[in-house]
Design a protein. Structure first.
Length: 370
């Protein structure tokens, strides 16, 4: 697990630090304070030669060169101030809690040896290359050219994904799952569900769904042509098992028909199970959840994170969300001080850390921490 995180020249942060990290870390703060950027930074730190992470980060934000349609990513937006020149660099550094080992991801522009005369690349006299490094050194480094327009070709990331699949190097030492505010798409959920079907972890998924809808008995992924659609089986009022095919007019119930809360809980549960010995990142964790479901959600995540050795980072704007987390912190074993809230404020060089004791006092006295 990370004990601390330092970000330099990335997104909205010229320099920023998170310290006293725990197993569960909830990031709060105003809009545009950089909460999502911190999640992206952690994902990059653990990417381990996987360029898909970098490509997906820009894709999800729509960061393309406007003149090139969606063929090239515009890397300027990764850097503080949205400006780059030769020798520009951003870095993300973390210290492990268990062994104090240092992890580092850095991305910089370096000079290409091939000079290009009359280049129409506005910011450069030559076409630069992009250098990505990971520490420890055995994680390697990659460098590749930018286009004449200063962009990153989208096809490069597609080829890299194919090469990693063919080489069987898709998995990393630190599995990382990122659940965005829009939740996981159905195809991703199907793939995650396939990893746990017919294992003891499948029961954990059912128990998680029961926290929202107690009558759910089973869940299944059906019809690949529907891109990973899920259906559930419920019990009737007499608590008798109803055959999967005889629910409503003899039809199974698509999980999408049961509301956003069920889909959100399903996505969170599948993600944390598949992040065993790794990291779960969740943007706007309260999305789609009624306040009455948040305590069950946090209890599920905390207990599963401990059992599977997962470190969780999540963001929220919801008072109900952080107060529900405070309830979990107060109820658990006080000797394990492993739940923290970090308030992110624009212009500050580090987060304001709110520990378990402060959480309980703030919740009891109605003090705002967001």
């Amino acid at each position: 697990m990370l004990r601390s995180l330092k970000i330099e020249n990335f997104r909205c942060f010229p320099s920023f630090e998170l310290n006293k990290l725990g197993r569960i870390n909830l990031l709060v703060g105003k809009n545009n304070s950089g909460k999502t950027s911190i999640l992206e930074a952690i994902q990059m730190l653990y990417s381990e030669n996987n360029l898909e992470t970098l490509g997906d980060t820009m894709k999800n934000r729509g960061e393309y060169l406007l003149d090139e349609g969606k063929n090239e990513y515009d890397i300027r937006h990764l850097f503080y101030g949205h400006e780059i020149n030769l020798d520009s660099e951003f870095s993300i550094e973390g210290i492990n809690l268990e062994n104090n080992n240092r992890l580092k991801f850095s991305l910089s522009l370096i000079e290409d040896s091939d000079l290009i005369e009359d280049s129409n690349l506005e910011s450069f006299d030559i076409v630069p290359r992009l250098m990505i490094k990971w520490l420890p050194k055995e994680k390697g480094e990659i460098n590749f050219p930018l286009s004449i327009n200063g962009g990153l070709n989208v096809d490069y990331f597609r080829r890299q994904r194919l090469q990693r699949t063919l080489r069987g190097t898709n998995k990393t030492d630190k599995p990382t799952q990122f659940v965005r505010s829009s939740s996981l798409d159905k195809e991703t959920m199907k793939n995650l569900f396939d990893q746990i079907v017919l294992t003891p972890d499948e029961d954990l998924v059912i128990q998680a769904l029961k926290s929202i809808e107690p009558d759910i008995e089973r869940i299944a992924s059906i019809n690949p042509r529907l891109r990973g659609s899920f259906v559930v089986q419920k019990t009737n009022n007499s608590d008798q098992r109803i055959p999967l095919a005889s629910m409503i007019n003899f039809q199974r119930i698509p999980i999408g028909s049961m509301g956003d809360g069920i889909s959100r809980i399903l996505g969170l549960t599948l993600a944390i199970i598949n992040a065993k010995n790794g990291v779960l990142l969740v943007d706007e964790i309260d999305t789609g959840l009624h306040f009455s479901a948040m305590s069950d959600m946090w209890k599920l995540l905390y207990e599963t994170a401990k059992r599977l050795n997962v470190q969780v980072f999540a963001t929220t704007h919801s008072r109900d969300c952080w107060e529900s987390l405070a309830e979990i912190a107060e109820a658990k074993d006080s000797s394990e001080n492993d739940i923290t809230i970090h308030r992110i404020e624009k212009g500050r060089a580090s987060s304001i850390v709110i520990g378990e004791d402060e959480m309980a006092i703030a919740a009891e006295r109605g003090i705002e921490v967001r």
